[in-house]
Design a protein around this ligand. Structure first.
Ligand SMILES: NC(=O)c1ccc[n+]([C@@H]2O[C@H](COP(=O)([O-])OP(=O)(O)OC[C@H]3O[C@@H](n4cnc5c(N)ncnc54)[C@H](OP(=O)(O)O)[C@@H]3O)[C@@H](O)[C@H]2O)c1
Length: 351
């Protein structure tokens, strides 16, 4: 078998450097993936800049991969060598470096990997795993909004039509997944985006969209939601300003709960009528990772949903070719801010 290489962060706030890395064998419930595409997330630059969840240096980051199964663990029956897959690379929440994405070969628990249809490029499939994971947890997971999970097959039921969910930041990666799952559940979805992305979020299922630059946005959202059953809000951006806006929106409508995605942002001064839950990265415990509350939904949409088109590989990938060396440029692009795009590094030409 080939040797492994990884893009290492050697100390806080320094560029990644590519070097030889250990090549791990999959455990009984794991698979080893030869990465063909690695997607970059805001957590990558946050870790590079702030160092959280980093146990020691050098350290390997990254949470989204797509590629080809190289080897399967002893108890694996659902994957075989050569399968095309996309997977969550849970190196950050677990502290397990074999699970990190920024390398040529990544081991993942099979429970967070999914086969992908032949028509979908690795670079497109890589945009989904972390976003979808976060949403399954934050919208439907126990202790979060606890909405009725949608189905990846059939037409959405009409029973949720009068129930309104606010997705703040519908054009983000997390927001794009949230819109698609809520749309599959037949919910009324209010969302926010820049005007240039209104069509994008509507295509993903938003019922009504509001420009987040509009100073009157909260009043407009409240007017749009009034008279419906309010199921809460999902703040996929979670700056101080968006957290405050979601809190104000819910308070005006009588209170409720929302999920925020960034633990570093303070939400302690919200009105008492509003409850906030932190969208934690799912911990992995035991063979199936203790992930049952969202894992069924994740697998259904990554499998059947991708196959039948209910789940689209959105936002579109902005692909950098050139392998692990391109990760510095890729993470810098995400740090500067992207709009309805996911930055993806192509590891091998032709994927
Ligand atoms: N807790 C977890 O498990 C978890 C997992 C994944 C991500 N996250 C966090 O979730 C956040 C989003 O991640 P991501 O990858 O989805 O981000 P992203 O795709 O990089 O976000 C870019 C998008 O943010 C939108 N945006 C920026 N400011 C906005 C505002 N004030 N109101 C509405 N939209 C705004 C932009 O919309 P326009 O261009 O339309 O203006 C743009 O499309 C990050 O903080 C990330 O660290 C948490």
């Amino acid at each position: 078998m080939s040797t492994n290489k990884a893009a290492f962060l050697k100390s806080l706030k320094t560029p990644f450097s590519v070097d030889d890395a250990p090549l791990h064998s999959p455990g009984p419930h794991e698979i080893l993936i030869r990465n063909r595409a690695i997607a970059v997330n805001p957590i990558d630059y946050k870790q590079q800049d702030i160092g959280f969840f980093i146990k020691s240096y050098p350290w390997i980051l990254g949470m989204d991969v797509a590629g080809i199964v190289e080897e399967v663990g002893a108890d694996i029956t659902t994957f075989k060598k050569g399968d095309r897959v996309a997977a969550l690379a849970p190196g950050m929440p677990t502290g397990n470096q074999a699970y990190a994405a920024f390398q040529l070969y990544t081991v993942v628990p099979a429970s967070v990997a999914s086969k992908i249809p032949d028509r979908i490029a690795f670079t497109d499939a890589a945009v989904l795993p972390l976003g979808l994971t976060t949403v399954c947890w934050g919208l439907f997971g126990e202790g979060y909004l606890e909405l009725d999970p949608p189905s990846a097959s059939g037409t959405p039921s009409t029973k949720n039509n009068n129930k309104v969910v606010l997705v703040w930041g519908g054009s983000s990666s997390v927001g794009s997944c949230a819109l698609q799952l809520l749309s599959a559940g037949g919910y009324t979805i209010l969302t926010t985006a820049s005007a240039k992305n209104f069509d994008f979020v509507k295509e993903l299922g938003a019922t009504q969209v509001f420009d987040h630059h509009d100073p009157d946005i909260v009043k407009k959202l409240v007017d749009a939601a009034r008279g419906k059953e309010i199921l809460g809000a999902y703040d996929t951006i979670s700056t101080a300003q968006t957290v405050r806006a979601c809190g104000e929106y819910l308070h005006e409508l009588g209170g409720g709960r929302f999920t925020k995605v960034d633990r570093t942002v303070d939400a302690s001064d919200l009105p008492a009528s509003v409850t906030v839950t932190e969208n934690q990265p799912p911990g992995l415990r035991g063979p199936d990772g203790g992930l049952a509350s969202w894992n069924r939904l994740w697998r259904e949409f990554m499998g059947e949903g991708l196959e039948n088109g209910k789940l689209k590989t959105k936002p579109n990938a902005f692909v950098l070719k050139g392998g692990l060396e391109k990760l510095n440029e890729a993470v810098d692009l995400v740090r500067q801010g992207v709009s309805a795009k996911k930055v993806v590094v192509q590891v091998v030409d032709g994927s």
